[in-house]
Write a protein that binds this ligand. Structure first.
Ligand SMILES: NC(=O)c1ccc[n+]([C@@H]2O[C@H](COP(=O)([O-])OP(=O)(O)OC[C@H]3O[C@@H](n4cnc5c(N)ncnc54)[C@H](OP(=O)(O)O)[C@@H]3O)[C@@H](O)[C@H]2O)c1
Length: 290
């Protein structure tokens, strides 16, 4: 595979920052983006191009930034939708605006950036769209429903995108990391709404303490994950001579959670098969008219 041009969102820390380094180390070109240019200056020094991009900006602004990105090297081959954050808060405590803001960044940001790049990729009949989903796109942990909802939303949106665009030779890759050591749970990035409702107070406090303890003790090595992501896109290393699947979980915690959920789902289908299959009209189905 020749040299690729990568456009990556949310590069000030974590997956985004390390991806930029890995992309450069493989001889590819990186366009690092972030909300504040001063937080990605070091990536420019490392050899990336840098552009300011807050994924919550209006579509027109994002279109303009993506046009600038394409102009830098004349093309973009890979777009990585990485920018996101977590707001913690239970259903009865979290403000509606906080849920909207969570989806604005984690879901609508990815939609806007991808819609800005997609015509370029489609016209060239080539490109890879990478989305950083999550274990939370499989499992809704308590008190982080807004985040889990945003990652579940990505699963469906991106699965459709993949099916819509594969005919144009475009590849879509939905990476689902487990717990990796980044700044996702660090003070300043993680937003915490402790419950003010006595019924939830203890569980909410325990959950917030659990997330605080997890910060910088997560088992996942983000360097290893970044290398695998570049391998999957470039079809090298672990992905050499392999068909790369659309969904790609990363980390043993993700492996066991997904396996358990699949097994639970299969058991449910088996146990309730007769009821589930009992709902068609007795006169028969007419699938052709749907
Ligand atoms: N770490 C994990 O355990 C884990 C697990 C599953 C999925 N993920 C996913 O991995 C991705 C990267 O997160 P991370 O773990 O690397 O955490 P991180 O270190 O906190 O990085 C998140 C990045 O997103 C950026 N960002 C937030 N809001 C933005 C916006 N409106 N516009 C542009 N950039 C914005 C942040 O920039 P600022 O510095 O400007 O805030 C930061 O660069 C996310 O999609 C996350 O959901 C992480």
């Amino acid at each position: 595979m020749g040299q690729l041009v990568w456009l990556i969102t949310g590069c000030s820390s974590g997956f985004g920052e390390l991806l930029v380094h890995h992309v450069l180390s493989r001889g590819d070109l990186a366009i690092a983006t972030g909300r504040k240019l001063d937080k990605i200056k070091h990536l420019e020094l490392a050899g990336a191009a840098a552009l300011e991009l807050d994924v919550t900006r209006p579509q027109q602004d994002i279109d303009d930034t993506v046009a600038k990105a394409i102009a830098i090297h004349g093309r973009v081959d890979v777009v990585v939708n990485n920018a996101a954050y977590i707001v913690m808060g239970g259903w009865e405590d979290i403000e509606y605006d906080q849920i909207l803001a969570q989806f604005d960044t984690n879901v609508f940001g990815s939609i806007k950036v991808t819609r800005a790049v997609l015509p370029h990729l489609r016209e060239r009949r080539s490109g890879t769209m990478v989305f950083i989903g999550s274990l939370s796109g499989w499992h809704g942990h308590p008190f982080v429903g807004a985040y889990a909802g945003s990652k579940f939303a990505l699963e469906g949106l991106v699965e459709s995108l993949s099916r819509e665009t594969e005919a144009f030779g475009l590849k879509t890759l939905l990476i689902e990391p487990g717990r990796f050591r980044t700044k996702l749970l660090s003070p300043g990035n993680l937003q915490v709404m402790q419950s003010k409702i006595p019924d939830y107070a203890e569980a909410s406090r325990e959950h917030a303490n659990g997330l605080a303890k997890e910060d910088q003790t997560q088992p996942g090595d983000t360097q290893k994950a970044a290398k695998i992501i570049v391998d999957l896109v470039r079809k090298e290393g672990c992905a050499a001579a392999k068909d790369v699947p659309f969904r790609f979980p990363l980390g043993p915690d993700c492996f066991s959670t997904i396996k358990e959920k699949c097994e639970e789902t299969l058991n449910l289908l088996q146990e309730w098969k007769d009821v589930i299959n009992s709902t068609n009209h007795d006169s028969g189905t007419d699938i052709g008219s749907n």
